[in-house]
Ligand binder design. Structure first.
Ligand SMILES: *[C@@H]1O[C@H](CO)[C@@H](O)[C@H](O)[C@H]1NC(C)=O
Ligand SMILES: *[C@@H]1O[C@H](CO)[C@@H](O)[C@H](O)[C@H]1NC(C)=O
Length: 403
């Protein structure tokens, strides 16, 4: 009944209640997946060193775009974190560490907190991926605020990630689109950077494109930002950008049309994306994506960064919290290619989680989160999860047994 009537796109359902076969998964937990925001942390380090606030905002914008770049071609579904599951990433060479915790199961909410080891910045937030099923596609709205604080500059920036859509979940080739407006607000002054992640549209020409600008409180434009979230981001003076755009329009640009099926039972094909970003003379390159490793397609299209996330190094055993995703037996079995064990273990863990919930209900006991507490974002006032501190003191004796 669930997959009936798929072409009408009129019904929605809560996908988190459906058990999908494990073959649609990738061997990472959603907590590890959100840690991929940190792949381009060097952009924040660089922003901290700049004295010009517009230049800082440009790098923050580049960081916000780079944070969602690893989504490209990643149609494998990450494992739903268990309540109380954590993930730690310590990167001494890159000068930061990060901790995340699954703080709610229904709805699923993941909270994270990262900071630089030299106290230059902290980056934190919570994510509640609200899924909608639209017949042929699944749309994920990543509810939750990202907050970046640059302590030396006494600056705080907040934004919300773009929408993410996986096309052709029933038939045809899966592909990913991200779209929506991302507004990065500088709370010290009310200046902002407005980034438009463009939907691919009827002609497909806009696929992956990001365009936006930095404006001050009086709405004066300071810099235009453009590029693709899959590729690179440039900044340029608004005047130069406008002149260039007009010239392009006059010459007709290229209007290669993309036939997108509207309705019907056909798959929505992904438009051709051969076109790379053309640099407009006078632009500054802010960020360029690192190429994926050669064996990426055999490895769930992971980036180099993603490939390292589930590594359990000898030095970690007995050091990381016993709730860390790296210790989850189902993900580990899947990584080792043992799908049957992965499937059985996943079922066992989910049943264990249900049993623990029933026991709590009997005793009228509430679940208490360990590293984060519910609160409001200092800058936006929105509901958020605030890091309580203490994870890196490594006192883990009273953590729940979730595996
Ligand atoms: C951000 O806020 C700081 C206030 O501390 C201000 O100096 C700066 O102009 C603002 N910059 C941008 C680009 O929004
Ligand atoms: C990986 O990328 C390839 C090439 O775009 C695509 O065909 C494949 O479906 C992707 N695999 C996953 C698991 O996302």
């Amino acid at each position: 009944t669930l997959f009936q009537n798929t072409s009408t796109q009129i019904f929605r359902c809560e996908l988190s209640k459906i058990t999908m076969p494990i073959v649609f998964n990738e061997p990472l937990s959603f907590l590890q997946r959100i840690t991929e925001y940190m792949e381009h942390t060097y952009l924040i380090h660089k922003a901290c060193t700049l004295s010009d606030s517009i230049e800082r905002m440009q790098l923050v914008a580049a960081f916000a775009v780079s944070a969602v770049a690893s989504q490209w071609d990643r149609t494998g579904k990450p494992f739903n974190p268990l309540l109380g599951e954590t993930f730690e990433l310590t990167r001494d060479e890159e000068g930061y560490h990060m901790i995340s915790e699954q703080v709610s199961h229904h709805p699923p909410i993941s909270a994270f907190y990262s900071e630089s080891l030299n106290q230059d910045f902290s980056f934190h937030g919570s994510i509640y991926p609200k899924l909608k099923f639209w017949g042929k596609s699944v749309e994920a709205e990543p509810k939750g605020t990202m907050t970046l604080e640059l302590s030396k500059h006494r600056e705080a920036y907040t934004w919300t990630n773009p929408m993410c859509c996986v096309h052709n979940v029933i038939l045809g080739k899966l592909w990913i689109e991200q779209y929506g407006t991302v507004e990065i607000v500088n709370h010290s002054t009310g200046d902002k950077c407005v980034l438009n992640f463009k939907p691919c549209g009827m002609f497909g020409k806009e696929l992956h494109r990001v365009e936006g600008h930095i404006q001050d409180k009086s709405k004066k434009k300071h810099q235009v930002i453009y590029g693709k979230w899959t590729e690179c981001v440039y900044s340029i003076e608004p005047k130069v950008y406008e002149v260039n755009k007009k010239a392009e329009k006059k010459s007709g640009g290229d209007s290669k049309k993309h036939k997108q099926s509207t309705g019907g039972d056909d798959a929505d094909e992904m438009p051709d994306v051969q076109e790379t970003v053309t640099m407009i003379p006078g632009s500054t390159l802010l960020w360029r994506v690192a190429p994926r490793p050669p064996h990426s397609t055999q490895m769930y299209n992971f980036t180099n960064f993603a490939m390292t996330l589930n590594e359990l190094e000898p030095g970690m055993i007995g050091v990381i919290a016993p709730t860390d995703c790296r210790l989850r037996p189902d993900i580990r079995a899947m990584e080792n290619g043992d799908i049957d064990t992965a499937s059985q273990e996943k079922e066992r863990l989910e049943e264990k989680q249900r049993f623990a919930r029933r026991e709590r209900a009997k005793d009228e006991e509430e679940w208490s989160t360990r590293w984060f507490q519910q609160g409001n974002n200092r800058y936006t006032g929105a509901a958020d999860w605030i890091y309580k501190g203490g994870y890196f003191d490594r006192r883990y004796s009273d953590l729940p047994d979730i595996y």
